[in-house]
Ligand binder design. Sequence first.
Ligand SMILES: Nc1nc2c(ncn2[C@@H]2O[C@H](COP(=O)(O)OP(=O)(O)OP(=O)(O)O)[C@@H](O)[C@H]2O)c(=O)[nH]1
Ligand SMILES: [Mg+2]
Length: 363
Amino acid sequence: MLPRAILVDIIGPDVTPEESLARLNELESLLVTYGGFVIVRKIQKKQVPDYKTYIGKGKVEEILQDSLDLGAEFVIINNLLKPQQLYNLEGVFRKHEIRVWDKIDLILKIFSKHATTKEAKLQIELASLKHLGPRIFRMGQDLMRQGGGIGTRGQGETNIEIMKRHIAAREHKIKEDLKKIVKNQEGQRNKRQDQGFKTAAIVGYTNAGKSRLLQSLTNKKVKVKDELFATLDSRIGKVYLPDINQSVLISDTIGFIRDLPPELIEAFDSTLAETVHSDMLLHVIDCSDFEIEWKIRVVDEVLKKLRCSDKSIIHVFNKIDLLGETRKKNILKEFSHLKPIFISAEKKINLDALKNSIADKLG
Ligand SMILES: Nc1nc2c(ncn2[C@@H]2O[C@H](COP(=O)(O)OP(=O)(O)OP(=O)(O)O)[C@@H](O)[C@H]2O)c(=O)[nH]1
Ligand SMILES: [Mg+2]
């Protein structure tokens, strides 16, 4: 049986019903990608999150009762909690064998499931250590306090110190290993540059069709799947542009998502290096999706964090095969300022126009 979960979202008073729905839909897609099943969705409007447990006290009790009544194994909170808050919540649910995750926990679990390369695995381990570390210390401290009497206390402190040192040493080792990978990638990038290749990096929201576009343009075999965060590494393929009689390199990478925590972006430094060093960007947008506008905004924000906002960019509106004429016209009107190029990566519609446009930008 699939793990059963209660989804909880704490939203500010200004969040509209549409946005609130979109937020929970996204969390549900993440859970489905992980392989779970939603039994109830809970929303609490709150100006300021609870200092101790993020969720208000009454709501915590309500969620616990529902979890017990409905047999939930997980409570997943659609926010980014402080380690202390998560730890306190876990304290309420742990004795009933119900686990409490925040959004990063869930994303990290999906990442672990999808990671295949050494680089991705290292990056995920690093992000997990950063995210979980403080909670592990808390647990250690509690054990120490429960130990009580003289003698055990000293032992507990020593154990926490050992644990902290162990985690710090592991972090250090991962960073060293990643540095080697980055160096190797730099070498390859320099070589490609010396050979005169220009690069266009595909970016976009997760599940927009980035990997399919790389495959359709370059025939490179990559993982294409209807799930979030199917891609966790970076891939490069070559495409010939007749307009400028030149081949360019196209790279594909991890997708973005709303509230992508900065520590995850940091951990994925080496995977995102291809994007950061590219000559231009192809921002792929799923135009069959009704949430185009804020997804574009999310991607723009991540690009800003990566200091890529100044790069030349093409807005590639993908999955045109799923659109009726009216909707296409409306989208064209609403987003005309972005000069969209409509394509279908899946059905290979309008790829030549896209190639010409890339040639234009790079030429
Ligand atoms: N109908 C249609 N489906 C598409 C098109 N392009 C991609 N898809 C589908 O959309 C889903 C996601 O495609 P991917 O290429 O894996 O998307 P991605 O952006 O790489 O996703 P992540 O790596 O998970 O961030 C897959 O089921 C694709 O088959 C398109 O032009 N039309
Ligand atoms: Mg992909």
